[in-house]
Design a protein around this ligand. Structure first.
Ligand code: SAH
Length: 395
């Protein structure tokens, strides 16, 4: 479709400031008029009140009316845009050394707004790509996305898997399916370790690639330590700790399937490791542990998924951190994370201060942690910055 044919979204006077600064979300309150009747996922063009074209994006019926793909008034070609944006995302990973590493062949190739592709997540595990569509607009560009991936990755690509996804509002479910090829390899490497990924049944794309650098840090600090890995999923931090010479590791998760994969991943790398799995709700389990851990990892799911969950979520974070601090040996390390986008680093700091006071422990920050750089954050879109963490010394 040529850009001249897109339905037009017209802004109220002087509501163009945020878009001109490069923030990719147009909130519905800024929209004065829509020429035509766009359906969710339709490509629209966005204009100032006096007709200047500001950019092109996907229409939706939520409080964010348009997610901008391309700013500017030049004609928009969606196939070309997708091809260029995916090629640029690939070049971005090459520039940080991810593509020719012998230690790591799993990385996030597309991080939604972080790569100018709102609604699209693509993770690469060795020769497989796993796509999570998060919007109808991106789903409609599926053929273009598959073509771009095949072109950019070439012979390195053996399969593309689309995760199942819920379109919401009675528009149904999209089935998990292979869009290209079939999986032959389910292993990939991270920091020199081998991991099995189950993208069909696993959570999200099958593995949490955002923690790669933080796992490397655990590896560096784990020598001789007794490690507790809470919310372990498939054992990313457990394997890292063992690689760093941990004395023992206990992995705890409420999902039996996750723990089965965790045990497999540990055995794959360290057949004789001193490792145990425990199926439990960490909020309860943490009440029962003896105070003899030298290194504790807390990497819970997002407790604050929307504004309404803020207070309850804070309490959840405060509780698990309080319990972990209580059970930490003197001079031990606590790696504590939040992947709630709505929790700022400052709020996180504050709740940790409360947890430490409650536990009667002194704590100091040794390092701030965040998501791996293959999860980029545009300066104009701080909302892409979701994962925050601290390495604390608990004395
Ligand atoms: N640290 C992991 C990722 C954690 S994802 C990694 O490095 O890969 C969050 C995990 O928390 C999931 O595996 C989920 O099954 C688990 N989980 C969610 N709620 C839980 C609870 N109340 N108790 C224990 N595990 C929980």
């Amino acid at each position: 479709m040529s850009s001249a044919n897109y339905q037009r979204v017209i802004l109220h006077p002087s509501r163009d400031v945020s878009l001109r600064r490069g923030h990719p979300w147009l909130f519905s309150g800024a929209v004065a008029k829509v020429e035509g009747k766009p359906n969710p996922g339709d490509l629209v063009s966005v204009h100032t009140s006096d007709g200047e074209t500001l950019g092109y994006g996907h229409w939706s019926v939520s409080s964010i009316a348009v997610k901008i793909l391309e700013f500017g008034s030049q004609p928009f070609d969606e196939a070309k845009f997708i091809q260029q944006a995916i090629a640029a995302a690939y070049a971005r990973r090459r520039a940080i050394g991810l593509l020719d590493s012998t230690d790591t062949d799993g990385y996030r190739l597309v991080h939604a707004e972080g790569d100018k592709l709102p609604g699209l997540i693509i993770d690469v595990f060795s020769t497989s790509c796993v796509i999570q569509f998060q919007s109808e607009g991106m789903l409609r560009l599926r053929d273009e996305i598959v073509a771009a991936l095949r072109e950019v990755l070439g012979s390195k690509l053996q399969c593309i898997y689309q995760k199942a996804f819920d379109l919401g509002e009675k528009r149904g479910e999209v089935e998990g399916q292979y869009l290209f090829g079939q999986a032959s390899l389910r292993n990939f490497r991270e920091n020199g370790m081998t991991f099995l990924v189950d993208w069909e049944r696993g959570q999200k794309t099958g593995f949490f690639l955002d923690q790669r650098e933080n796992r490397a840090l655990v590896q560096k600090m784990a020598r001789g330590k007794s490690v507790l890995n809470c919310f372990s999923y498939s054992g990313g931090f457990s394997v890292a700790a063992l690689a760093g010479g941990a004395h023992s590791v206990l992995s705890v998760d409420s999902s039996r399937a996750a723990l089965a994969l965790c045990a497999e991943n540990v055995t794959l790398n360290f057949p004789a490791a001193n490792h145990k799995c425990q199926e439990a709700d960490c909020l309860q389990f943490l009440h029962t542990i003896p105070p003899d851990y030298d290194l504790i990892v807390l990497d819970p799911p997002a407790f604050i998924k929307h504004r309404g969950a803020f207070k309850g979520g804070l309490k959840g974070y405060e509780t698990i951190n309080f319990l972990a601090m209580q059970a930490a040996r003197p001079h031990s390390l606590l790696f504590t994370f939040s992947c709630s986008q709505l929790l700022s680093k400052e709020d996180f700091w504050e709740l940790l201060t409360r947890s430490a006071a409650r536990a009667g422990r002194e704590a100091r920050v040794l390092q701030y942690l965040r998501q791996a750089p293959c999860h980029p954050v545009p300066l104009t879109h701080p909302e892409s910055d979701y994962l925050k963490g601290f390495v604390l010394e608990i004395s």
